[in-house]
Design a protein around this ligand. Structure first.
Ligand SMILES: [Zn+2]
Length: 439
């Protein structure tokens, strides 16, 4: 392996070009330019990623949902003791973004990189990662090429040819298990799987997977959930919350500053990955507890006087997780949908989301496709208001909640006194970012 910092001349030129383009892009106010710089660097040296990864500890994080959050948590853990870490900016999870991250950081710094599911095979071949964390695979934007079974098959091929890589994989997702089980070493995490609609067909024999077994899922062909190395115990009764339990007997409490069981699962996967990079899981989880916001995923904001918890969900599995988080409950909920290019132009996935769970609470539909959402909510028998402007929708939801069953014309709503009731806002990609930018 080449020592850190000793890049061959062509790669040095490519790094200089990447940095120059990104600096110029920042100067003219065209953003940080990470993708553009990455393009240029790869044009100068097509194997730039491999060159830049030499001599580093590299971790990849992938899956349909949770990869941005898990990457953030893993960065915090790996940075333990002041160790330098580079990572890619939100939204730059393809090779151009990885080039920019690696070219911009200290030589020899560890790299924790979020990876688009489709690029995992190429990245494994180029980066020779020490660890690859795989979370889940489910349907995403319907107008894009993302056939999850094909993706799992490609993961399997790539990881089978990477003997030095340890995979940390969600054992509860049959497609992830199919992709990971060809690897030389796998740490199996019982991370859960709320959304099973894409996992019912067995990837080994095309039979049907049975999820009802006491030891997790299994198919009659013998393909079944592997024995777990790490799992989660939920001890709600004694108030102890969630504990990560290791097969070697260790028990580590999972206490996070970001909400939801699915984020606890992300943290346990990140902790198992951190161990591969030399940080004990207990220490890793303690460090992750300090994270209370993940850029572009979770935030708490004041939206024109209304305390609002903003959450991003991009696809049915993501919506299922966030509905688990806000239900049961009685507080007001705003649901927002756009259908721009970044969101996927086909919003028919709305029909795969169990909006029925919002019955009985104040609900406002918003975003550019609020009318599609309104039709869906009507079929779900969820009474709601429809307001295209997301900030106005948040205000209305808060007022509806304060007014109670009497409605916003009642005494509390009449003078706007209800505007202080906290609102949960769940939006897809650009709906979330519009409200975040405007608040
Ligand atoms: Zn089978």
């Amino acid at each position: 392996m080449r020592p850190a910092g000793a890049l061959p001349p062509r790669a040095r030129a490519a790094v200089a070009a990447t940095r120059a383009v990104n600096a110029a892009s920042r100067r003219v106010g065209a953003g940080s330019g990470t993708v553009l710089g990455g393009w240029v660097g790869l044009a100068v040296e097509p194997h730039l990623l491999e060159r830049l990864a030499a001599g580093r500890d590299v971790a990849l994080v992938s899956g349909t949902n949770g990869k941005t959050t898990t990457t953030r948590l893993l960065v915090v853990a790996v940075a333990e003791g002041g160790r330098p870490v580079v990572t890619n900016a939100t939204g730059s999870n393809m090779p151009q973004g990885h080039v920019a991250a690696l070219a911009g950081g200290l030589p020899g710094a560890a790299a924790v990189l979020e990876a688009d599911e489709g690029y995992v095979p190429a990245l494994v071949a180029e980066l020779h990662p020490a660890v690859v964390a795989l979370l889940n695979l489910s349907r995403d934007q319907l107008d894009r090429t993302n056939e999850v079974r094909m993706v799992a098959g490609r993961w399997r091929q790539a990881l089978g040819a990477a003997p030095a890589t340890t995979v940390v994989a969600n054992a509860d997702d049959p497609l992830v298990v199919w992709g990971a089980s060809a690897a030389a070493r796998v740490v199996w995490v019982g991370a859960g799987l709320g959304w099973r609609m894409d996992a019912a067909g067995c990837p080994a024999c095309e039979g049907r997977i049975d999820f009802a077994g006491a030891r997790g899922w299994a198919c009659t062909c013998g393909f079944a959930r592997p024995a777990l190395d790490v799992w989660m115990a939920h001890d709600a009764d004694d108030g102890a919350g969630t504990t990560a339990v290791f097969a070697d007997g260790r028990r580590v409490p999972v206490v996070l500053g970001i909400p939801g069981r699915f984020n606890e699962a992300n943290a346990v996967v990140a902790a198992a990955a951190a161990e591969v990079l030399g940080v004990p899981a207990g220490r890793a989880l303690a460090l992750m507890a300090r994270v209370d916001e993940v850029a572009g995923r979770f935030a708490v904001r004041d939206v024109h006087g209304v305390p609002t918890r903003l959450m991003l969900a991009k696809n049915p599995a993501g919506w299922a997780e966030l509905l688990d988080l806000v239900c049961p409950g009685e507080g007001p909920v705003v649901v927002g949908i756009n259908a721009r290019v970044a969101d996927g132009k086909d919003p028919s996935w709305l029909w795969d989301v169990a909006f029925e769970r919002l019955r009985g609470r104040p609900v406002v539909a918003t975003g550019e496709r609020c009318r599609d959402l309104a039709v869906r909510l009507r079929y779900a028998e969820v009474p709601h208001r429809t307001v295209e402007d997301p900030a106005r929708a948040v205000r209305m939801a808060s007022e509806l909640a304060a007014a109670g069953p009497a409605g916003p014309a009642g005494p509390a709503g009449a003078d706007g006194a209800g505007a202080g009731v906290r609102v949960d806002f769940i939006g897809n990609y650009t709906a979330f970012h519009d409200l975040l930018a405007g608040s």
